[in-house]
Design a protein around this ligand. Sequence first.
Ligand SMILES: *Cc1c(COP(=O)(O)O)cnc(C)c1O
Length: 377
Amino acid sequence: MRPFVDLKAQQQRIRKELDRAICRVLDHGQYIMGPEVSLLEEKLASYVGVKHAVSCSSGTDALLMALMALGVGPGDAVFTTPFTFIATAEVIALAGATPVFVDIDPGTFNMDPNMLGPAIEAVRAGSSVLRPVGVIPVDLFGLPADYDAINATAKDNGLFVLEDAAQSFGAEYKGRKACSLAEVAAASFFPAKPLGCYGDGGAVFTDDDGLAEVLKSLRIHGHGDSLYDHVRIGVNGRMDTLQAAVLLCKLSIFPDEVEKRHAAAALYTQLLADCPQVLAPSTLESYSSVWAQYSIRVPERDALKKYLAAQGIPSAVYYPTPLHLQPAFSRRGYTRGDMPAAEKTAKEILSLPMHPYLTEEDIASVCQAVGDFYNNR
Ligand SMILES: *Cc1c(COP(=O)(O)O)cnc(C)c1O
């Protein structure tokens, strides 16, 4: 069986271009903020269809810099989903603010937009020290959240929306690309994400000229008109020139890879339809997932995972513990039962191998093994 995410097959496809691109950087020697960085930013912005792409050192830093640019700090409540990678809520706390969790829709794994309004009301009613300021919806597994609903509720309440598009670069919602679905968005180019570099990388996307200026300053220690003039507290958040060069190569085959992901997901869904125990991920009209993960909900998840591993089939659990139950957030006082949909999903979720270089035989053998597991019970 091929690996869970096959980066080698992709590398073989573009190895010559990669070698040349990396050598060009070695030759010009501008390892920090070299010409590849601004070229990549132009291409990313044009792919997504927004005015500004500000590249940076990781998806986590993209989220953090966006919160810093929006002026988030102590006393601020930022609403997000408990069913995501830790980074989404971690940056809220790092910025000095308070994460408030809103349960998910178990069909999409994304924030339930109907629960956002009541959650905002509950903070307003229950706390004299917390001020609702923003929302970070996550496009989990590559499927955009419901931005029409979330943006509307946020606007009614005077809140900003920051799209966590770490898993959804390449996805679409109502004809618009992920990373353009809120006033500001953060993408990750971690190697296993739909578009990944060979190390850490990320980008912030926005149409707002002022926000883009602040983001560019923040990523280089809050610089002003000159590099040693510091007008705000920032971070060391730059993307390496070498990573930008790698991403430029990968971006050239990315639209084709997205097509291949769609085909792989469609075949999974078709073949798994024979297995009544498996709940396949929802495909919604006017949404186009980029299938960062193909995640099913199943009974006896851990036993199935073990069975697959014994057949040489890798699988993964994203995420075993919802964030409201993580020790890191224990001070927030959440308990089991507070986010029932996220808690139930965490027990049932299983991600199957997913990347553009899966063959039909690979997918058929995974589905066969899943079917065998339940038929032999
Ligand atoms: C990967 C990921 C991040 C963090 O991205 P890094 O590049 O690893 O820092 C943030 N949010 C979500 C939902 C992610 O999947």
